[in-house]
Write a protein that binds this ligand. Sequence first.
Ligand SMILES: C[S@@+](CC[C@H](N)C(=O)[O-])C[C@H]1O[C@@H](n2cnc3c(N)ncnc32)[C@H](O)[C@@H]1O
Length: 225
Amino acid sequence: MQRRLEITEDGSHTIFLSDINEHYHSIHGAVQESNFIFIDSGLKYLNKTSENINILEIGFGTGLNALLSYYEAQKANNIINYFSIEPYPLEKEYFSKLNYPEFVDDKNATQVFNKMHNCDWDKLIKISETFYLKKIKGFIQNINLNNILFDVVFFDAFSPKVQPQLWTDIVFEKIFLLMKKNGVFITYSAKGSVKRNLKKVGFIIENIPGPPGKREITRAIKINL
Ligand SMILES: C[S@@+](CC[C@H](N)C(=O)[O-])C[C@H]1O[C@@H](n2cnc3c(N)ncnc32)[C@H](O)[C@@H]1O
């Protein structure tokens, strides 16, 4: 697939895929969007008192959500185990140019970001004292994640228009079963069919305001065991 690096409105990069006419992030600001949706409305919403938080991400892509989560773990001094699924890893020529570390107020941000991209796939890697990463090379539909339950899920696949097969009750049920009670599922899509499929598998849905350029996003909570 043909990839192109672009600058979004907050000055942070994104990737554009011309073949499917889709950006990895909002053109109104990639860092702004990730912070608003995945960090503030997802990770920080989790009312968690224990020190260990397990996050599952669908779509590692540029690694932006992983970097921002590392920074939160660093500030809150809790430990994040971050599992991220990605079938099409970014080539070095792209990830080495991404300017995300400039947006993170941490002296180790560049080193951490490079380590996230350069580390092995399919192994749990210690990125820092507070952040462990397992990048899983594969498709959410096929991978097997037994023996681990997640507190937070970042559902950051391409849009339902481009990848309708990922926003189905089949995929959502698989994720539901991988989550802890009171776990938080967060995504940028507020499409009716997405919300209906989430409800169908047992999630409680909330429509919440989105970042600039996006009126609403969806948060889903697993209330039942
Ligand atoms: C909207 S991009 C976001 C990526 C990333 N979270 C970021 O901030 O850069 C969607 C990502 O989902 C990945 N993806 C595509 N199909 C997938 C699948 N079946 N399972 C998991 N991830 C998939 C894409 O390759 C892409 O990296």
